[in-house]
Design a protein around this ligand. Sequence first.
Ligand SMILES: COc1cccc(-c2nc(Nc3cc(C)[nH]n3)cc3ccccc23)c1
Length: 281
Amino acid sequence: KKFHLGMFEIGKPLGKGKFGRVYLAKERSTGFVCALKVLHKSELQQGKVEKQVRREIEIHSNLRHPNILRFYGHFHDSKRVFLILEFAGKGELYKHLRKENKFPEWKAAQYIAQMAAALKYLHKKHVMHRDIKPENILVGIHGEIKISDFGWSVHAPNNRRNTMCGTLDYLPPEMIKPGSQENFYNEKVDLWSLGVLTYEFLVGEAPFEDTPVMTQRRIARGEMTVPKFVSPEARDLIERLLVLDPEKRIPLVEVQKHPWIVKHCIKGERATQRSSASKET
Ligand SMILES: COc1cccc(-c2nc(Nc3cc(C)[nH]n3)cc3ccccc23)c1
């Protein structure tokens, strides 16, 4: 299907990302509402990120999962590249997190369960996201979360260094530690970031947050303390994800069965238990 700008009625600007602006848009013939991300080719050239955008398009256009923002297509004109994306009605997760300071355990557990499902889907396709953080997660109209930025995703394993920019908080030790291993990492990097995300949802700040130098050192040594107000089950999951050795991190299928997740997330099962109970009475 060929898309072009004339097909869309451009609505209000939703906000500005690092390399582009996002607008609410409606496809004229169907009335379908979506989000249009506009990237300026000149900015992409200056930022030396054209290759990254091409890879983001290639990877994101093949993904279909309820907790991954849908990518419907793209087109470009002489000056701009347009990405046609799913519209998530409740906007950026990190804005909600900053407003609420931290999430109650039931909400954090439901979000982490959704993230684990999305990451399991990505890893099955040998895609590692590598940039899991609240800023890259959007919230749908029913409160479901959607991973929204694939700018740093690649096919695993990756044995090339990438100059990272932005916060170091979410980087796993194997991506920042000097020495032979630094070039070989795999999708288990997303397990570490899931641990950082769990901690930040429950505590309101990242576990290794500090000055850049200290953050790197604390990550490399796995130095973090979980505050006492965090439940023992949540602490257990965080400690099983924030493990220096990538091979020893709890796998996603175990995350989904973890007591902290089961306790807050299998409402479906309890509901079916209730409904079957009512049938008995
Ligand atoms: C920097 O603030 C930004 C930047 C980009 C988008 C938003 C934003 N986005 C969406 N939904 C989206 C965005 C995409 C790509 N799909 N669905 C909804 C919002 C609602 C209120 C405020 C802001 C919103 C903010």
